[in-house]
Design a protein around this ligand. Sequence first.
Ligand code: ADP
Length: 365
Amino acid sequence: MSNSPAPEDSGARPVSPGVIDGDGDVEGSLRPRSLRDFVGQPKVREQLDLVLSGAKQRGAAPDHILLSGPPGLGKTSLAMIIASELGTSLRLTSGPALERPGDLAAMLSNLVEGDVLFIDEIHRISRPAEEMLYLAMEDFRVDVVVGKGPGATSIPLEIAPFTLVGATTRSGALTGPLRDRFGFTAHMDFYDAGELQRILLRSAQILGVRLKEDASAEIARRSRGTPRIANRLLRRVRDYADVRADGVVTIEVARAALSVYDVDDLGLDRLDRAVLLALVKSFNGGPVGAATLAVAVGEEPATVEEVCEPYLVRAGMLARTPRGRVATAAAWEHLGLVPPPDTTVAGIAVRERAEPASLFDAGEL
Ligand code: ADP
């Protein structure tokens, strides 16, 4: 289990996949309300549809569901959709909020039959709360310990049958016993540009933004495969269109606005580029351990690992190897640099070095 802090972004990065100030209210209005509204992730949608329809046909609560994938891809939205498709209520909490088992017991004992309990960042739940969750998930029962020391007694407490929906950005950090108790796991992947464009056009309609087709394609391409970022860039571009143009988001307006916010051609921002620059300049392309790389850019390791890296890997700029992070030829080229000859052109650099790039590397990965 990981005790690493939540990935937090420094400042309000427009391309942060995490929630930043002001996102909450607007996000609520842009959330898809049904599986039909939910764009992309066709495999997940089909599988989930079967799980939910089967449960509805049998008149029983569906199995517990685990949603895994990087932030901003629609896990919370899916949890809300699950509850609404089942016609039940959704209770929301998060792993870090369940520090003491008593907090979880209180939450569980308030559930009504059929409720969906959503635990975000479930990999960060404390061990005692996790153990309580095992029994709750399996037998719809919790043992509440009253008192301390030898006089402590455990009182069994029945809870209403419910469906747990867990979300995690790090499914690898989940313990085996917890993972095994989910009947269905959905792996969410980054969205392609076409899907993001559909999301943008839908959001523009809801927000009343006059968004041209080619501008939507441009924003989609630079949204790091993430709907939350696409929606946020749309709002920043709208500001620009309102203040410096005539309110219509044309491709020229979109490009000018994105350059004001330092979002480059691939959707990478300052922090992404700082990570790549540190990797190629300070560590000559790696391999270098994740923690060392984070120190080099002055960020929390969790931010670099969970926020920057997944997309850099996906974009073919960075490879995670057993010996550390390695810049690919594409990364050097994106920074306008010439890759060393032993970096493979295909992108995945597998250079081996006699020594680690830094003393801190040993055993970091
Ligand atoms: P996560 O829980 O994975 O961080 P959210 O469910 O909070 O992500 O999604 C963030 C925002 O992105 C939502 O408010 C919604 O507007 C948008 N979004 C996410 N997935 C989709 C989708 N498949 N279709 C349309 N909009 C989406």
